[in-house]
Design a protein around this ligand. Structure first.
Ligand SMILES: [Zn+2]
Ligand SMILES: [Zn+2]
Length: 400
């Protein structure tokens, strides 16, 4: 069994009253910091705000999305009393106005979240959404948005009329833009359903022992090892990394504040970091970035490599509630890549590279994990990797 060990900065009687940030690593041990136990605590919220401010002020290469065309609908937040979580929330139509907003990326879960089912709900939510009717994850995201200093948040289940096919098609076609233009996307990565929330307490400390010497006892705390596995591995630690819709939401967002199972993480085009300090931009090769770093400067061949090596295998292994969403849930990524690749996109295959595009196969690992399923309803042409619900892979080297 592996543990991370932290020693206090100094010793006094109220040692156990301290927050984990009061502890510092021992010089002989790796430079990791302890994670904050309560993600809703002020230090945790301040850390999130600091990551965002640093990006906005110090990262010239990160997209400036502080004055953009707003999504057609947003939730407007009025803060009455932050500490007691007293907020007024209402749905608003933006009529093409400009401004800035936060977006939420989340798992819908088995129980459907609060949503706008029809015109009647739309009218009702415009007058106000009772706080108690909002599921915990939405409440937490609203509180984070308010703390970060913003008044608008985009949540798909409420901002799209779910029972209106025309509205759904119109809005889902713009979802890529909505995530791409957000000032930051809150990723509710650890919550598999809406009632779990993300501003929760996480006790990663496995225990404390006192190590004594002639003068004093030194409390030594043991923490569970933190996992920094990349989300495209077969068994990701966060439920959201198995959801197909969430893939492009994270990839297209210029900035993501991730509430992961163990700790908070920050991802932008310039920097990756986490509470413990182990997930650091310096240790990455840039190739595996979640975000579309530098895609605008890519050549056509490089964009096709991104598609075959990164997009198809990672996206195709993810789950969908509706198989028919297989192509729509990737449409924002396709729109972005088509600027570099050009030509027609034919249900998962690029016309300009059609022959190689047909050479996909089912990943062996995936085959073992779950059987190949054909969707009962049409989801993509049968020549496409998108026609089946399991991981599609391309041969390692492209034939030019
Ligand atoms: Zn940045
Ligand atoms: Zn970490």
């Amino acid at each position: 069994m592996e543990f991370h060990v932290f020693l206090p900065n100094y010793l006094d009687d109220d040692e156990y009253e301290k927050e984990p940030q009061d502890y510092q690593e021992h010089p002989a041990l790796p430079v990791w910091s302890p994670v904050l136990e309560h993600k809703g605590s002020e230090p945790a919220l301040r850390l999130a705000k600091r990551w965002l401010r640093q990006c906005l002020k110090e990262h010239p290469e990160c997209a400036d999305t502080r004055c953009v065309r707003l999504p057609d609908r947003l939730l407007y937040i009025r803060t009455r009393d932050f500490k007691s979580r007293s907020f007024e929330v209402q749905l608003v139509e933006t009529d093409g106005a400009k401004g800035c907003y936060v977006a939420l990326s989340h798992c819908w879960g088995k129980v459907q979240p609060l949503k706008t089912r029809n015109e009647e709900d739309l009218k009702k939510w415009k007058k106000g959404i009772p706080w108690a009717e909002l599921p915990r994850t939405f409440q937490d995201s609203i509180q984070i948005t308010a703390f970060l200093g913003y008044r608008y948040i985009w949540i798909d289940s409420i901002c799209i009329v779910q029972g209106d096919q025309d509205d759904w098609e119109r809005q889902s076609a713009q979802m890529g833009r909505y995530y791409e233009s957000s000032v930051v996307t809150i990723v509710a990565a650890s919550a598999s359903g809406h009632e779990q929330g993300i501003l929760v307490r996480k006790n990663l400390f496995a225990g404390t022992v006192m190590l004594g010497n002639d003068f004093s006892d030194i409390p030594v705390r043991f923490q569970e090892p933190l996992v920094h596995k990349m989300p495209w591995f077969a068994n990701p630690i966060d439920p959201i990394d198995m959801r197909a819709w969430a893939y492009q939401e994270r990839l297209l967002s210029p900035r993501s504040l991730v509430y992961s199972t163990q700790e908070m993480k920050w991802e932008c085009d310039t920097s990756h970091c986490c509470e413990c300090g182990m997930d650091d931009t310096r240790f990455r090769d840039g190739r595996h970035d979640y975000h579309f770093r530098g895609i605008a400067q890519c050549t056509k061949a490089e964009a096709l490599d991104v598609w075959y090596e990164r997009v198809v295998p990672v996206y195709s292994r993810r789950d969908l509630t509706q198989g028919t969403d297989k192509l729509p849930a990737l449409s924002g990524v396709v729109a972005k890549l088509s600027e570099r690749i050009g030509g027609r996109y034919l249900g998962g295959i690029w016309e300009d590279d059609f022959i190689y595009g047909l050479s996909w196969r089912v990943s062996h690992e995936n085959w073992v994990r779950r059987p190949i399923k054909l969707c009962p309803k049409y989801q993509a042409p049968s020549f496409s990797w998108a026609s089946i619900s399991c991981e599609g892979r391309y041969p390692a080297k492209r034939v030019e």
